[in-house]
Design a protein around this ligand. Sequence first.
Ligand code: PSU
Ligand code: MN
Length: 308
Amino acid sequence: MADARLIRVSPEVQAALAEGRPVVALESTIISHGMPWPDNLATALEVEGVVRDSGATPATIAIIEGVPHIGMQRAQLEHIARRGTAVQKVSRRDLPVVIAKRLDGATTVSATAALAALAGIQVFVTGGIGGVHRGGEATMDVSADLTELGRTPVAVVCAGAKSILDIPRTLEVLETLGVPVAAYGTDEFPAFFTPRSGCQAPARVDSPKEAAALLDAGRRLGLGGGMLLAVPIPADAAAEGAEVEAAISTALREAEERGVKGNQLTPFLLERVRTLTGGRSLAANIRLVKNNAAVGSALATELATLQR
Ligand code: PSU
Ligand code: MN
């Protein structure tokens, strides 16, 4: 059993959980490393607003002076957003280190899902997940997000995975880890900036209710793992695919030339793509995260009804 005294759940989130109301977890690496100041703070607050407007309670997760917070005050969010990449990026691996050393930390999908599950939250919304990096069959750079999905009972709602990654291998590893993957309203697994990845999604759901049924079936079977719900970017926000793809190729080449590796690779690629597209990818990014928040809130609401 985890020691519950190690985490701090905000009164608002505690009340919602105790009353069986829908709660949606949100990550913080997307704030510190995924977007620049001050758009990162504005987006974090707007995404919380979308969750609230949908009738659910947002629980943004980050670590403040060694204490994982589930549900953050505005000043705490601002602190993480302002410090940006100076805040340590924390995946599951880093949790004990940051807690023992009483550091601040921005949680990735893996650490956020692990902490959400400790608090009893079943739905988590983000932009894109980590996956198998291109060339990962040699470097073994496979995001801890994937193993987390295989072991932690949380549904992650995202816009798929960016093509900075090897999407076909990412889907293979998700199958190996036993993770149900469903695309929302489409047969194709989406690739973040574009609804098209060229990969068939393993399953399809067409409503929050269908997604909730899938999640609940896995839970009742006691399978123990999570699930991935991939929501395509809204059509009118889909960035000029060719432009983003060109930026991704350039960013990948630069990373290779400079020898960027390990947990710095994803933030490096994200920042380069943003700069190379003159910020146009940022606008698309913000739109899709908000869209995911609306779908995730609807999923959490259906789930709360199902489990009442
Ligand atoms: N992909 C995005 N935006 C992000 C991330 C990934 O499009 O912000 C962040 C998430 O926090 C994700 C992490 O969990 O990067 C994955 O990092 P890595 O590839 O080092 O596992
Ligand atoms: Mn990695």
